[in-house]
Design a protein around this ligand. Structure first.
Ligand code: HEC
Length: 159
């Protein structure tokens, strides 16, 4: 009987541990608040890398601000050809001319979310995480759509 209990306990522990790991790796849904929590707490974007052809602070074009940094998670960095892999997240910090953080814009590749426009979930936040825009804003898609062949990504060339 004792031995049986021990086995049950061990199995329970393994299951609990395993689901904990699985949860930590789970990506957020197509939801601006969930995505913010993910990029700031679950997998902080400041620890991600940069595209090899777009590292660190770069001069920016309208409407995103005078300077910017684009952080990319490993799903994106491991994508060698367009389209970027599902789960790819790009986080762009937008700076004023005096290098003050003005806003954070995000592109997140979600399977089946918006197939006609590259399955990207778009979001714009204030530096404190307040959601300004999110979902499938026509503005974001219109501008980035000029580079649909490069999977709507402007700062990095796949080829
Ligand atoms: C008027 C055109 C325009 C609009 C509208 C626009 N963008 Fe951009 N976006 C750009 C340009 C140009 C870049 C390249 C970097 C730069 O010059 O600032 C860029 C880069 C980005 C990047 C870095 C990844 C990449 O290479 O594409 C993200 C993330 C991003 N934009 C998100 C957004 C979101 C979210 C919206 C809507 C809220 C949006 N953008 C609306 C022009 C636009």
């Amino acid at each position: 009987m004792k031995k049986h209990c021990l086995i049950v306990m061990i199995i329970t522990c393994v299951v609990v541990l395993y689901s904990g790991v699985a949860l930590a790796e789970e990506k957020p849904g197509a939801d601006a608040k969930e995505l913010w929590n993910y990029i700031t707490t679950v997998d902080p974007y400041t620890e991600w890398g940069f595209w090899p052809d777009h590292k660190g602070l770069q001069p920016g074009r309208s409407p995103h601000g005078a300077g910017h940094k684009v952080f990319v998670n490993s799903a994106g960095l491991n994508s060698k050809m367009p389209p970027a892999a599902y789960g790819t997240i790009e986080v762009k910090e937008n700076y004023s001319p005096d290098e003050k953080l003005m806003s954070i814009t995000v592109m997140y590749k979600v399977s089946g979310y918006n197939p006609s426009d590259g399955d990207w979930f778009w979001a714009k936040y204030s530096p404190d995480g307040t959601v300004d825009k999110s979902g499938k804003p026509a503005g974001c898609i219109g501008c980035h759509g000029t580079r649909a062949a490069n999977d709507f990504i402007l700062v990095h060339d796949f080829n």
